[in-house]
Design a binder for this molecule. Structure first.
Ligand SMILES: O=P(O)(O)OC[C@H]1O[C@@H](O)[C@H](O)[C@@H](O)[C@@H]1O
Length: 400
């Protein structure tokens, strides 16, 4: 067997924390309530490790959750931010979107350190490990750590760190998505900017590859597209509610855009017939190229010793230092030091095993004439009223 067998987590003794409280949600499911500065809040279910609420300082809900959502296994909660792992959609042999979204996660009281903004006080760490049943359908041992945090300005961020804990040295591959459901006033009033001219796979046309037009994306019918190598910032502009969601992703190359529209909405048991008008999924993802993760091993005493002896012997042959460096690289290559602290590709385990998503809601209005974000420049401001465009002054919002 490739992976270490483990039993489902024992019922957790939930401890009170100064950063969050644990309350019961529908069907008695435990949820963690994070309270940020100025009255912002977020709710995370242990079932699925799923964020199901994100409210701004006016108490307005920013995520969509269906009124028909079923809060009972094996169904994933329809809305919020389901975690699709170890498979996105039907890109593999597992159930659609993998099993992480309908498993019970536990609170991780002792997570490995993660560089954080000291201003972030409200956060919770969850962890998912496979049960014996999971190992039968996906024979790989892993640890999936998720941190959900509320920033000082009410921004929501999710950081995922995945470790391959296979004991037999086998790597594994997976696809992934933060299946984020945004709440919007009316889908016909929404446009998505940042995905213009991108290549995409159209799930409604047998995953065929197309190139998006130069205009921002608007919605008039069902959409189910995987944008490839999408920029790290994407904006969802809701004209009617006068608000813009700015989504920043790291470590995840793709972005899925999904709205089921009327026919599919009617076919879904856990989704209201007209609810497609009030939601839009924009999902940071890794779909086209599965991520391969080697097992993480720490360097043990004997390995270090072997390495040192080898280096000394090698040096004694007086070969140039550059060869030593090459040798060190080859010897250390199987061991990963990355400790999941960087979304960048790790040169040892050759994978990015940390995915970060942060979302900010900023009000859009006449005062905001042009939005300039790092990495994405908004050349078009067609969404601004004519009068606003005529005002000569320019206020630029630069994301720090
Ligand atoms: O009904 P599910 O399993 O939650 O999936 C909803 C949708 O999720 C999207 O991410 C997929 O691109 C769609 O193809 C899918 O229909």
């Amino acid at each position: 067997m490739a992976a270490t067998l483990s039993s489902p987590p024992p019922p957790q003794q939930l401890q009170p924390s100064p950063f969050y409280e644990i309350v019961k949600g529908p069907s008695g499911l435990d949820k963690v309530v994070l309270r940020g500065a100025r009255g912002c809040s977020a709710e995370v279910y242990l079932y699925g490790g799923q964020v199901a609420s994100w409210k701004n300082d006016h108490g307005e809900e920013l995520l969509f959750v269906s009124t028909k959502a079923i809060f009972k296994p094996p169904k994933a909660i329809r809305g919020g931010i389901p975690i699709c792992f170890p498979q996105f959609g039907t890109h593999g042999n597992l159930e659609q979107h993998g099993f992480a979204r309908n498993r019970l996660w536990v609170i991780d009281d002792n997570p490995p350190p993660l560089p954080v903004n000291p201003a972030i006080k409200a956060f919770v760490d969850l962890i998912l490990k496979p049960s014996d049943e999971d190992l039968k359908i996906w024979p790989h041992s892993f640890e999936f750590r998720l941190r959900v945090a509320l920033g000082p300005l009410g921004d929501l961020s999710l950081t995922s760190r995945i470790r391959n804990t296979n004991t037999d040295g086998r790597p594994f591959s997976y696809t992934f998505a933060y299946h984020t459901y945004f709440s919007v006033s009316d889908i016909s009033e929404v446009r998505v900017e940042g995905l213009e001219t991108m290549d995409y796979l159209d799930n409604l046309k047998g995953k065929e590859r197309f190139t998006e037009q130069g205009d921002a994306i608007v919605f008039e019918s069902e959409v189910d597209k995987v944008y490839l190598s999408a920029p790290s910032k994407i904006a969802i502009i809701d004209h009617e509610k006068k608000r813009t969601f700015v989504l920043t992703k790291e470590g995840l190359p793709d972005a899925v855009v999904w709205n089921p529209w009327d026919k599919k909405a009617k076919a879904m048991q856990d989704f209201g017939d007209g609810e497609y008008k009030h939601m839009l999924c924009v999902e940071p993802a890794a779909v086209e190229k599965p991520i391969t993760l080697k097992p993480v091993r720490s360097i043990d005493g004997p390995s270090w010793l072997r390495f040192l002896i080898f280096c000394v012997l090698y040096r004694s042959t007086s070969l140039p230092l550059i060869f030593d460096a090459g040798l060190a690289w080859m010897l250390l290559r199987p061991f990963c030091f990355c400790h999941f602290n960087s979304p960048a590709l790790c040169s040892f385990c050759e994978a990015s095993n940390m995915f970060h998503l942060s979302m900010r809601m900023i009000p859009t209005g006449l005062h905001l004439l042009r939005l300039q974000l790092r990495g994405v420049r908004w050349r078009r401001c067609g969404w601004l009223p004519q009068t606003a465009k005529a005002i000569p002054a320019e206020i630029i919002f630069v994301d720090p």
